[in-house]
Design a binder for this molecule. Structure first.
Ligand code: PEP
Ligand code: MN
Length: 338
């Protein structure tokens, strides 16, 4: 941490600031410039809140130079992590596609969609059995029956399964059927859920919270990693901004930023990211061009009658086209489809 002092900071104030830093366990290196005194506070204290220094008299600016996250930081694994999940490498040169409905609704629905997405080249079947709905009156998912159908349909078409786990008590059940446990945006900071997921051996895909900064998101990943579970995927799914023309604002910029800050694979979800069917494919193309290691896309054979998120679900033929377009981009940037 670098502490830049105000030009008019007094010697007494400077000594007080140095004492506080020492009390918190930092080694302090003082540099007296023409305009400012700058203090370099050296030490690794991940839980330290730098605002404690920011509020002291005489302090102009505090710049953190050591990220609070360690296990999710790129410094932890410079080459980037590659996880092989259900036989599919994620995070290497391959770009993986996960697709399926927002919710599992019934056997015919999930089998119809699984066949279509598998045929088009998806490697994972997605679909919620437990749904975090904004309204308590909206469809809440099929529960355990949905998990069974999801697994059955995925197995029939040689796909992996990714599905959401909403509560600690569901982890064991969902882990029986899923290859990847999805943590939804609304649960990104549910630390007790994250801690328990850290104790499982199943890969976890952590969606970005609706209003989470990239650093908050990486700190949430840190909870899972700190518990001993090393297989964490991040998923950019759009954030809430002042813009109302789209459901969320797809933060494409987060993709290269994550690539720089973290070694964890990054998946992009253009369906929730933009929330409008005809704009999902352009966002999918952009995400891959920006360096995403994979896509998660909602697809429905009859979106007008979908129980959730029909308006952002692609028709199977749109998905097939998307796959062809994405492949061109993937190859243009020296990668290949998983
Ligand atoms: C989903 O993937 O269907 C979902 C609920 O996503 P999110 O948590 O990003 O809203
Ligand atoms: Mn959805």
């Amino acid at each position: 941490m670098i502490v830049v002092l105000e030009p008019q900071a007094t010697e007494t104030q400077i000594e007080d600031i140095i004492r506080v830093l020492h009390d918190h366990g930092f080694d302090v290196h003082r540099s007296t410039g023409v305009q400012h005194v700058v203090l370099g506070a050296i030490g690794v204290h991940p839980e330290f809140d730098h605002r404690q220094i920011q509020v002291l008299d005489g302090v102009s600016e505090v710049v953190r130079i050591t990220e609070p996250y360690k296990l999710s930081s790129r410094a932890f694994n410079r080459q980037g992590s590659v996880f092989t999940i259900a036989g599919v490498p994620i995070g290497g040169p391959e770009v993986v596609v996960m697709a399926g409905p927002c919710s599992v609704e019934n056997e015919v629905q999930i089998f119809t969609i699984a066949e279509k997405v598998a045929h088009a080249g998806a490697r994972f079947l997605r679909g919620g059995a437990f749904k975090p709905r904004t309204s308590p009156y909206a469809f809440q998912g099929m529960g355990p029956d949905g998990l069974k159908l999801l697994r059955k349909a995925a197995d029939a078409f040689k796909l992996g399964v990714i599905t959401e786990v909403m509560e600690k008590d569901q982890i064991a059940l969902v882990a029986e059927y899923a290859d990847i446990l999805q943590v939804g945006a609304r649960n990104m900071q549910n630390y007790s859920l994250l801690r328990d997921l850290g104790r499982t051996s199943k890969p976890v895909m952590l969606k970005r919270g609706q209003s989470a900064t990239i650093d908050e998101w990486l700190m949430a990943a840190e909870y899972v990693l700190a518990g001993g579970n090393q297989q964490v995927l991040l998923c950019e799914r759009g954030i809430r901004t002042f813009e109302t023309s789209t459901r969320n604002t797809m933060d494409i910029g987060a993709i290269p930023v994550i690539k720089k800050k973290s070694h964890l694979p990054i998946i992009a979800d253009p369906s929730h990211g933009i929330g409008i069917r005809d704009k999902v494919v352009p966002m999918a193309r952009a995400a891959v061009a920006a360096g995403a290691d994979g896509l998660m896309v909602e697809v429905h054979h009859d979106p007008d009658h979908a129980k959730s998120d029909g308006a952002q679900s692609l028709y199977p033929d749109q998905f097939e086209n998307m796959m062809l377009e994405v492949k061109v981009i993937v190859e243009a940037i020296g990668r290949k489809m998983a």
